[in-house]
Design a protein around this ligand. Structure first.
Ligand code: HEC
Ligand code: HEC
Length: 277
């Protein structure tokens, strides 16, 4: 049995010890916050984007850093997942990207407001979050397996996550390479361009920015539209040009949106798609 004074000592020293420990841990955490949140990257655009985020109650449907409502996709990593070009087009007209699906609000943001939101998403995505959000632990062998590095798409089960948009699509000739033929492939890769007529060209940047969200190539990408692996066999360049310019004009009621493509990008895309045979 402790005497009264011993009990008091025990209480006071225990409380003091754990208060100090708690204080130390708090200070230590707070000290790490600026580095983890990369506070120095907060530009005026990021601040304006945050304000738009708050004013429009995006959290009424979305989560950010895990906080908010679970109706719509988690957006912490939307910047690396989708890329600036995609987000800009999506915010301009959400219905065009996913016609007939659940509705994201049409906010009629100005171009600058959209850029501010994108800056905000970029800043959020670059925070050090100790691994949040976790990658989904999907069972092996599932037929609907998304790309291994895909991010979870909360509540959007039908669509496979798009692979990171910055990743280069592997070239099929390399992918299928067995160890024995590897040196041959390397020679091919080192050969001048005109000798490579068997290896398909690298997809244009715009393809990785926009099309992969809905279409797959070599088994990677979205499943909203058909896979594009052999689309060059199916359609002529003239048809592809018409299709990409205005899908509705070619096939009224189609789910493929009319995307704002520059002339240069249109030409590159038609050229690229035509040689996917
Ligand atoms: C009424 C609910 C609602 C509100 C409010 C809302 N969204 Fe959404 N948002 C959605 C839904 C639903 C989707 C998924 C659309 C789909 O997949 O068809 C979505 C998708 C998105 C996406 C694309 C995510 C992805 O990876 O595909 C972005 C970016 C986005 N919203 C940004 C915003 C911003 C910014 C705001 C606030 C200005 C906002 N949303 C407010 C419902 C909402
Ligand atoms: C929002 C989703 C979405 C995006 C983004 C998208 N597509 Fe599509 N695409 C579709 C859908 C859905 C179809 C099927 C349309 C149909 O048959 O009515 C389609 C069809 C196609 C077809 C015809 C394929 C076939 O086998 O018949 C081509 C080619 C195509 N898309 C190219 C592209 C290119 C190139 C881009 C990027 C600039 C792109 N798509 C972006 C949804 C999308």
């Amino acid at each position: 049995m402790l005497s009264k004074s011993q009990a008091r000592l025990f209480f006071v020293s225990g409380t003091a010890l754990f208060s100090l420990l708690f204080l130390f841990l708090t200070v230590d955490t707070v000290r790490q916050v600026p580095a983890q949140t990369k506070g120095r990257n907060i530009t005026p655009a990021v601040e304006r984007g945050k304000k738009l985020w708050d004013e429009n109650n995006c959290m009424g449907c979305h989560t950010l850093l895990g906080e908010g409502a679970y109706y719509a996709p988690e957006l912490t990593k939307v910047y690396p997942r989708r890329g600036a070009v995609w987000i800009d087009i999506f915010l301009k007209d959400p219905q065009a990207m996913f016609p007939g699906e659940r509705k994201m609000v049409q906010y009629n943001f100005t171009a600058r407001q959209r850029q501010d939101l994108i800056a905000f998403f970029k800043w959020i995505s670059e925070m050090d979050l100790n691994g949040f959000p976790p990658k989904p632990n999907l069972a092996k062998g599932s037929s609907d397996k998304p790309a291994p590095s895909g991010q979870p798409q909360t509540g959007v089960a039908r669509r496979a996550p798009a692979p990171p948009l910055t990743r280069k699509q592997p070239q099929p000739s390399r992918r299928a390479t067995s160890p024995s033929s590897r040196s041959a492939t390397r020679q091919l890769a080192n050969a001048p361009n005109q000798a490579k007529n068997k290896a398909p060209a690298k997809p244009p940047t715009i393809f990785r920015q926009l099309c992969i969200a809905c279409h797959s190539l070599h088994g990677q990408g979205g499943k909203v539209g058909p896979a594009l692996d052999h689309v060059g066999r199916k359609y002529t360049p003239v048809y592809l040009q018409k299709w990409l310019t205005d899908p509705q004009a070619v096939k009224p009621g189609t789910q493929m949106p009319k995307l704002p493509l520059s002339k240069d990008n249109l030409t590159k895309l038609v050229e690229y798609l035509s040689q996917l045979k």
